[in-house]
Design a protein around this ligand. Structure first.
Ligand code: ADP
Ligand code: MG
Length: 290
C-alpha cells in the first residue's frame, strides 16, 4: 500500500453557467500522506468545496489528476464511484441537517450507514455505541438531532462518517455554524479520531483558527494551493515546550509559485518581474524600471 492518501496534480474544474465560465480550480496540486491531519484554509469562493466535492466522488474534475486511497477519480466508472463513496471516504458537511436524518436518533443514524455498508443488523447497535464513545458522546445515543447542541450534532456526524471505516475522512466547514467553544470541541474530536484510528483527515474551512488544531495547514487561493504552514513543538532553552509555526510557499511540479498579495502590493509588482539566481536564493524584483 502506498503512503499517499490524497494526490492531486494540476487539478482544474471549470463551471459553465449561463455562458460564463468560472474556473473554480486552476491547477491545484496537493499531496496528503496516509494518517495525516491536514486543514485547507481559504477565503469564500477560493475553491474549497469544489475540491472536497471532487475528493468525495460527487463531482468530476475538468482536467488534471486526482487519486484517493489508490482510486483514480477521473477514471472511475459510476459503479466504482458508488462503492468509493460507501467504503473509501467518509464526509462531514457544514450543514448539520445534511449530515443527520432528523427523525433518527444518534444510534439510528449510525446504524443506517452501517446497514448501507453491509454490516449485519445484530452488530450495528454495539458498533454505533463504540463510535459514540470514541467521540465522548456515548450518553447521547438515544437523542434526536434536535435534542443535541450544534457541536454534539457534528460529533455524531463524525461518528456517522466513520461508520463505514473510511480510509479518508473529509470535512467541509464542519465548524461553520458553531461558536468558538463548540468549534474547538469538534476540531479536537477530528484530531482524536485521526490519532486513535489513524484515519487520514482533510478539513476545509475559511476559519484560520483551525491551524491551532492541526500540524499542517494548506492555504488555497484562486483555486490553487499557495502557501503552507507547518506547526511543530520545540523545547526552549529552559526546557519548556513551545509551538513554532513556519509558513512556506508551495512550489508546483513545473516550478510555479504564488507570491503573497501583501508582498506584491508592498513593491507594487505588476505583470513582469525580474528573477535572478543567487548562490543561496532566488530574487524577485520589479520588472518595469531599471
Ligand atoms: P469555497 O468553498 O472556497 O467558498 P467553491 O468551491 O464553493 O468555493 O466555489 C469556487 C468558485 O466556483 C466560486 O466562484 C463559485 O461561485 C464557483 N462555483 C462553485 N460551484 C459552482 C457551480 N455548480 N456552478 C457554477 N459556479 C460554481
Ligand atoms: Mg465552500
Amino acid at each position: 500500500m502506498s503512503d499517499i492518501a490524497i494526490q492531486c496534480r494540476d487539478l482544474v474544474r471549470i463551471f459553465a453557467a449561463e455562458g460564463v465560465e468560472v474556473q473554480a480550480l486552476q491547477g491545484l496540486t496537493l499531496t496528503v500522506e496516509r494518517g495525516e491531519l491536514t486543514a485547507i484554509v481559504g477565503a469564500s469562493g477560493s475553491g474549497k468545496s469544489t475540491l472536497l466535492n471532487i475528493l468525495s466522488g460527487l463531482d468530476v474534475p475538468t482536467a488534471g489528476q486526482a487519486h484517493v486511497a489508490g482510486h483514480d477519480l477521473l477514471a472511475m466508472r459510476e459503479r466504482d464511484r458508488v462503492a468509493y463513496r460507501r467504503h473509501t471516504v467518509g464526509f462531514v458537511w457544514q450543514q448539520t441537517a445534511r449530515n443527520l436524518i432528523p427523525y433518527l436518533t444518534a444510534t439510528e443514524n449510525i446504524a443506517l450507514t452501517l446497514a448501507v455498508a453491509g454490516v449485519p443488523r445484530r452488530n450495528r447497535r454495539a458498533r454505533a455505541q463504540e463510535l459514540l464513545e470514541l467521540l465522548d458522546i456515548g450518553e447521547l445515543a438515544d437523542r434526536l438531532p434536535v435534542q443535541l447542541s450544534g457541536g454534539q450534532q457534528q460529533r455524531v456526524a463524525i461518528a456517522v462518517a466513520l461508520a463505514n471505516e473510511p480510509e479518508v475522512l473529509l470535512a467541509d466547514e464542519p465548524t461553520g455554524e458553531l461558536d468558538e467553544a463548540n468549534s474547538a470541541l469538534v476540531l479536537e474530536a477530528m484530531r482524536g479520531v485521526n490519532e486513535r484510528l489513524g484515519v487520514t483527515v482533510l478539513i476545509v474551512t475559511h476559519d484560520p483558527g483551525v491551524s491551532e488544531h492541526v500540524r499542517r495547514t494548506v492555504q488555497i487561493r484562486d483555486g490553487r494551493t499557495s502557501t503552507e504552514t507547518l506547526r511543530r513543538t520545540e523545547l526552549t532553552d529552559a526546557g519548556e515546550e513551545q509551538h513554532v509555526a513556519e509558513e512556506f510557499a508551495v512550489l508546483d511540479r513545473v516550478g510555479r509559485l504564488q507570491l503573497p498579495p501583501d508582498y506584491v502590493a508592498a513593491l507594487e509588482l505588476r505583470e513582469r518581474v525580474r528573477l535572478s539566481l543567487e548562490p543561496d536564493r532566488v530574487e524577485v524584483r520589479k520588472g518595469d524600471d531599471e
